[in-house]
Design a protein around this ligand. Structure first.
Ligand SMILES: Nc1ncnc2c1ncn2[C@@H]1O[C@H](COP(=O)(O)OP(=O)(O)O)[C@@H](O)[C@H]1O
Ligand SMILES: [Mg+2]
Length: 494
């Protein structure tokens, strides 16, 4: 039992509170108020209903906190709808009858005599909460707008931060990752342990830190994705509580690196071809005069001296070989000739038909089936037709030689999908080009043919001509059988 003095202090304490406080009966009549409420609302509110005083309603509010407390007996702390006491933060407590709490009826259900409604909306808390909510939303937004993947895991490895970029790289949805994923699942093999080990040592960017570490992560479907990782251990009071990392997808960078490397190789190849070409031209010039001398004096000996049969035979052999040398030198000179190109508009289909017409009659082509698939839709190409004929002739001749005079030759023309190039394809049913030969076929003097049959200059000449037309010539193996030479010629080279 409280003493009168205690009761007195309690009432004074309640009156000292500068928040609205009312006691209502279960049927919503106001039974008592503190001084602050009486001052604000007027003394005569006692006996009226709360819904009438506060809202001028004739029935209780829809979302009445008092009704809810009456229904389930539990206090409501900070009811948040805009309702009673004009506040968004009303708390409501049940006041039980004295008898129910006495020991005489221990099993009786407690009876709610009245309800205490208090306006505890402390504006500062509201503001702080709003700030917290905003900075949380900002943080979430920032994580999800980051270009890099960001993830954090607790001490057991359970992931609790997983941003949008991490989801895009890995293929997991954010929800999926947060619900099911452990850091161990993100890395293949025992990489996660390895990373933790490195993090704990101070050799990789300081203790608790790991900088620019290249490793693979596992995508949702088991694919390995190369990344560059920056990670750190999260400490709390000196204790490890988790780890945090952000990573950059390296796939595009690695792809670019590969392309750059192959462009460099191509550049080197062009350089090699050009210098070999110059060398060849120099050698050809040097050889031309002595060769002329050999042939001239051999013929003179033949004509002016009475020679016996064996000497005559030897001399013819000298002449025959010298002629072969001269042919090679001639080809070399064509190859290296720096003549001005005569570029005009030409019909590539016609040029191919003419080349075929010349070749068809040769013995080598007697048993070769020639199929032409020339597109009627290709435009004229600006080029030096003598040189282009030379290219077609060389490639077709090579195909016939590769098939050893027996097989099928297909020659097609098409317009490239972008409409800017004419594509000529020459394919044969020969043995194809082996992997070790393929990288060298365009090099000057590279031949796999036996001595006397090949000079190794045909394709290098073709390469130089196509290059000077800003085109491309590529050799590959057909998936079925034989090889395919693809020649791309821009319609309008600059
Ligand atoms: N259609 C083809 N099928 C198989 N190999 C080929 C084909 N065309 C060219 N080659 C290979 O490329 C090499 C170089 O060709 P090329 O420069 O014309 O010189 P050559 O014909 O004098 O040997 C040939 O020796 C051959 O090994
Ligand atoms: Mg050849």
């Amino acid at each position: 039992m409280r003493t009168e003095a205690e009761k007195e202090y309690l009432i004074r304490a309640i009156d000292a509170l500068d928040r609205e406080m009312i006691v209502v009966s279960p049927d919503h009549h106001i039974l008592a108020t503190n001084r602050f409420t009486a001052k604000k609302r007027g003394k005569d509110i006692i006996g009226s209903t709360c819904y009438d005083i506060y809202f001028e309603f004739s029935t209780p509010c829809d979302d009445c906190p008092a009704c809810r407390v009456l229904h389930n007996g539990k206090p409501i702390l900070r009811h948040s709808s805009k309702s009673l006491l004009e506040s968004e933060r009303v708390s409501c407590f049940p006041i039980y009858s004295e008898e129910a709490s006495s020991s005489e009826y221990p099993l009786a259900a407690p009876i709610i005599d009245a309800l205490l409604m208090v306006d505890f909306d402390l504006p500062r808390i509201g503001k702080l909460e709003e700030q917290l909510r905003r900075s949380n939303a900002f943080l979430k937004n920032m994580l999800n707008s980051a270009v890099d993947g960001i993830l954090a895991a607790d001490r057991k490895g359970k992931i609790f931060i997983f941003n949008q970029s991490a989801a895009e790289v890995s293929g997991y949805s954010i929800e999926e990752a947060l619900e099911t994923l452990y850091i161990q699942d993100v890395y293949p093999d025992r990489c996660a342990w390895d990373i933790m080990k490195k993090l704990r040592s101070d050799e990789y960017g300081g203790k608790g830190k790991l900088k620019e570490y290249h490793v693979d992560v596992l995508g949702k479907h088991g694919e390995r994705i190369p990344i560059s990782l920056y990670a750190s251990i999260i400490y709390e009071g000196g204790q490890e509580v988790g780890s945090f990392g952000f990573f950059h997808d390296l796939r595009i960078r690695l792809q670019l690196k590969k392309e750059l490397e192959s462009a460099q190789i191509q550049l080197l190849q062009n350089e090699k071809m050009a210098s070999l070409g110059k060398l060849a031209a120099g050698v050809a010039h040097q050889l031309n005069n002595p060769l002329g001398g050999i042939m001239l004096y051999s013929r003179l000996i033949q004509e002016e001296y009475e020679l016996g049969e064996p000497a005559k035979d030897d001399l013819s052999r000298i002449l025959r070989d010298a002629e072969r040398c001269r042919d090679t030198v001639k080809e070399l000179l064509v190859f290296s000739r720096q003549t001005r190109q005569e570029k005009q508009l030409h019909d590539i289909n016609k040029a191919l038909s003419r080349t075929l017409f010349l070749l068809e009659k040769q013995v080598l082509f007697q048993n070769i089936l020639i199929e032409t698939r020339l597109s009627a839709d290709i435009p004229l190409v600006l080029g030096d037709i003598q040189q282009l004929n030379h290219v077609f002739m060389n490639v077709i001749l090579n195909a016939a030689q590769a098939m050893d005079g027996r097989g099928k030759l297909i020659i097609s023309t098409n317009l490239s999908p972008d409409g800017e190039k004419v594509i000529v394809e020459v394919s044969d049913t020969g043995p194809g080009i082996s992997e070790d030969v393929l990288p060298h076929v365009f090099e000057p003097f590279y031949t796999t043919k036996e001595e006397g049959k090949g000079t190794g200059l045909g394709l290098s000449l073709a390469y130089g001509i196509v290059e000077s037309h800003q085109g491309r010539i590529v050799a590959k193996n057909s998936p079925d059988q034989g090889s395919v030479f693809v020649i791309e010629l821009p319609i309008n080279p600059s």
